[in-house]
Design a protein. Structure first.
Length: 554
């Protein structure tokens, strides 16, 4: 017991020493505060036309999915406690609201302890070291721990860090070599240098700081794969080759060939669109008995398959996501769509062509429409906010005043159609100021019921989905259907710019980023004409200063 207590104390010592370098004002030390997520500190551009960094030097907390993926990649699936395995389908897009407080710290300490204890029974398999009756080979154990810590921290180890690590190992070694390694592994995984990645840089050019090669590798890996740099990327960082834009591009293109990278990027977009919320929605079983967890999973997988087909297999322009009449359905989804299922079994997904006057890409997919509906009805507000925000990145709308909470509840309870509710909001000056900016988008989707089925009538009356989008820039005009609207949006830069914004945001944790900021505009400008494919977008992002440059603290 005394040895165990000394080990915990030594782990705590390593926790304090584990984050080296100066911490910028955007950083959040472990133990309190909110996760570092960016914040514009400089104007988007300068009079000379340069694109100034939006973000200061800082440290960035890994998301839970990234933290768990990194443990898995270091020590295997056995290192993840049953029931705690990361599910990429439900990964949050943003870290806003994550507080680095007691509960998060305790949770990560528990994950680190479990991972270290998982070495029991597979010690030699993982470490390559034998812990025989003679006590084992200390040199082998230290060689493993050095490699392990360097990969976990995504950078070379400092001499003081190694001294601390050997101290922790020594305490456990009093019991056995295996115990020494296990305790040291736990200390590494519990260290801030594992839970955080740094953006402190080492080369300054005026007020701009370039990230180190190791920081760039770490940012790139977590952006594209939600996990650690692989061996090739880590070697490029170690050699300094990653400072060369051509090598950075080569590494990006290599990673984009990997199925796991493609899947991760697709899931990032799905998370940005909020489709992961699908798994938390419920419907009135009396009205929609078909809406089961199995159908939800099928809806989500449909979107995964469509993105894989269009963005990766075909290399199509991202705008095709708004216009495609093809999709993939299994038996249950075919019933929602009202089309024939041609798969060999009810569970098999098969490609189908959907009615051109009813469906257009992701905007009319049942999963998205179901996630944006209430328990017993559709929601013009939720669907309208989605189109304005997640689909087109047109800017956030403030929440309604608390004083209106009662009136909103009464309006939702009233026996009215969604269009009638929208008209009631338009007649209230306080409500209309905000709702005029998004209700029309939601009304375009009224022909789709709460589980995404197409319908022409409601309560025996024809559904009127016609809207007049005034003062909406490139999408000004009168639209009679969601299909017509989606086709029109695909002809503009709005959707592609929003995709770029989402990806830059995820890669940099800059949640305040706008499509009007030069970090997004320069990526769009860099894309070859008519070739706004996802690989081209990712390459343009990775080779832009948005990922590799930070500002000095003001």
């Amino acid at each position: 017991m005394a040895s165990r207590l000394r080990g915990i104390a030594a782990c705590a010592s390593l926790l304090v020493a584990g984050c080296v370098g100066d911490i910028g004002s955007g950083a959040t030390p472990p133990g309190g505060g909110t996760a570092a997520s960016g914040g514009g500190v400089n104007p988007p551009g300068t009079e000379s036309g340069l694109c100034s960094p939006r973000l200061e030097r800082r440290i960035v907390l890994l998301a839970d999915l990234q933290f768990m993926n990194a443990i898995r990649d270091l020590l295997g699936e056995e290192a993840i406690e049953p029931g705690q395995a990361p599910d990429a389908r439900t990964k949050p897009f943003a870290k806003k609201g994550i507080v680095v407080g007691t509960s998060l710290v305790h949770a990560r300490l528990a994950r680190a302890a479990y991972a270290a204890e998982s070495l029991t029974g597979r010690f030699e398999q993982v470490t390559g070291c034998a812990a025989g009756e003679d006590g084992g080979d200390d040199a082998c154990a230290k060689e493993f721990l050095t490699r392990f810590a360097q990969r976990a921290f995504r950078r070379p180890m400092e001499a003081t860090e190694l001294d601390n690590l050997w101290a922790v190992y020594g305490l456990g070694r009093e019991t056995s070599l295996e115990r020494g390694v296990s305790l040291a592994v736990e200390a590494v995984l519990a260290s801030p240098s594992f839970s955080y990645r740094t953006e402190l840089g080492d080369v300054a050019n005026g007020d701009v700081v370039k990230l180190t090669a190791h920081e760039t590798a770490s940012e790139l890996a977590f952006f594209l794969t939600d996990s650690l740099p692989d061996a090739d990327l880590a070697a490029a960082a170690d050699s300094g080759a990653l400072h060369d834009p051509e090598e950075l591009k080569r590494q990006t293109e290599r990673l984009l060939e990997k199925p796991e990278t493609r899947s991760s990027l697709s899931t990032t977009l799905i998370a940005a669109w909020g489709l992961s919320n699908l798994f938390g929605t419920i419907k009135d079983p009396g009205l929609f008995p078909e809406y089961t967890p199995s159908l939800q999973a099928s809806m989500f997988h449909e979107t995964e398959l469509l993105l894989d087909e269009l963005l990766w297999n075909r290399g199509a322009d991202v705008s095709t996501l708004l216009t495609s009449r093809e999709t993939f359905v299994n038996g249950s989804l075919a019933e929602v769509y009202g089309v024939e299922h041609t798969g060999a079994s009810p569970e098999e997904f098969a490609k189908v062509t959907l009615p051109a006057d009813e469906r257009a890409g992701i905007l009319t997919q049942p999963g998205l429409l179901a996630a944006l509906s209430r328990t017993d009805n559709t929601s013009v507000v939720a669907r309208g906010l989605f189109v304005r925000g997640a689909l087109l990145c047109m800017g956030k709308i403030p929440s309604p005043p608390e004083a209106l909470a009662g009136a909103i509840e009464e309006l939702l309870k009233a026996d009215m159609t969604e269009r009638e509710r929208a008209e009631a909001r338009a007649g209230n000056a306080t409500c209309a100021a905000c709702h005029k900016q998004f209700d029309a988008f939601g009304l375009l989707l009224e022909r789709y019921d709460p589980v995404g089925r197409y319908r022409d009538t409601l309560g025996g009356e024809p559904i009127d989905a016609r809207v007049d989008l005034a003062n909406m820039g490139d999408i000004d005009g009168v639209y009679t259907s969601a299909v017509e609207f989606a086709d029109a949006v695909a002809q503009t830069d709005g959707f592609a710019a929003c995709v770029v914004r989402h990806l830059v945001t995820y890669g940099t944790d800059d949640e305040a980023l706008s499509t009007r900021d030069c970090q997004v505009e320069r990526v769009i400008t860099a894309l070859p004409e008519g070739q706004r494919t996802l690989p081209n977008i990712v390459n343009a992002i990775v080779t832009s200063p948005a990922l590799t440059e930070r500002a000095k603290e003001q």
